[in-house]
Design a protein around this ligand. Structure first.
Ligand code: DX5
Ligand code: ZN
Length: 233
């Protein structure tokens, strides 16, 4: 079962997930091997459709090619309209966890149930202007909530600090209800912002520029992980 791979990662929290958005897609195999050697626990893949977001990226065949290149768990972030049309295709291609934007799902509970039925962990993604209440009544049906700390669509944008109270609110609800739901953040993550997001209650961190823009990817991932280790009070 796809989810099992991700359960093992939980023991090693916090997790830093390199986003493949800025990799050399002409040499995917080498890029993935390098990331794996650099200590990657999970890979983050950004799927964009040119409609929900202006940018256009990869489809199921590329996810499938990544799947064939590595045993690492794949965290697939769908930034597409009507994602319910493609859930089975992406899980079939090898997604271990599939994220759908709340803004694209009028029947969000049905969509997350569909992801679990297809055999992957379910994640709901919230764009910056979407309130935490959008996911409040399906928290018991998901494995992860992804709080976007930039507007979805591009790498290299600036971290939006006003998202920190949203993370705190979600962490409060999850802990109060005793749920096993991780909180992922994506957008503008670096050593300074990762520490703030971790203190607010996030435990899974996506990093594009902070990994691909660094001279040594292994050192960059290790430094991010160290910065995310919140001291127990
Ligand atoms: C943006 C994507 C991100 C992106 C992050 O819409 O969801 O995963 O790759 O890139 P950075 O870390 O550069 O903000
Ligand atoms: Zn992403």
């Amino acid at each position: 079962m796809a989810g099992a791979k991700l359960d093992a990662i939980k023991q090693a929290a916090p997790a830093v997930l390199p986003s493949l958005l800025q990799c050399d897609f002409g040499d995917l195999k080498t890029e993935i091997a390098r990331l794996s050697e650099a200590g990657t626990q999970v890979l983050h893949l950004d799927v964009m459709d040119g409609h929900f977001v202006p940018n256009l990226t990869i489809g199921p065949p590329v996810v499938e090619a990544v799947r064939r290149s590595t045993d690492l768990p794949l965290d697939v972030h769908l930034m597409i309209e009507a994602p319910e049309r493609y859930v089975e295709a992406y899980v079939g291609a090898g997604a271990d966890r599939l994220g759908v934007h709340a803004e694209t799902c009028p029947h969000l509970q049905r969509s997350v149930a569909q992801i679990r039925e297809a055999g992957a962990q379910a994640c709901v993604v919230l764009n910056p202007s979407t309130p935490p209440e959008a996911v409040e009544w399906v928290l018991g049906d998901v494995d992860q909530v992804l709080v976007m700390t930039v507007n979805a669509g591009f790498g290299g944008q600036k971290f939006i600090a006003s998202m920190l109270p949203k993370i705190e609110t979600l962490r409060g609800w999850i802990d109060e209800r005793g749920l096993e739901v991780s909180i992922e953040v994506d957008g503008g993550i670096g050593v300074e912002t990762i520490a703030r997001a971790a203190r607010a209650g996030a435990d899974v961190f996506v990093a594009g520029t902070a990994v691909f823009g660094a001279p040594d990817r292994g050192e960059a991932i290790a430094a991010l992980r160290r910065a995310a280790e919140v001291p127990v009070e």
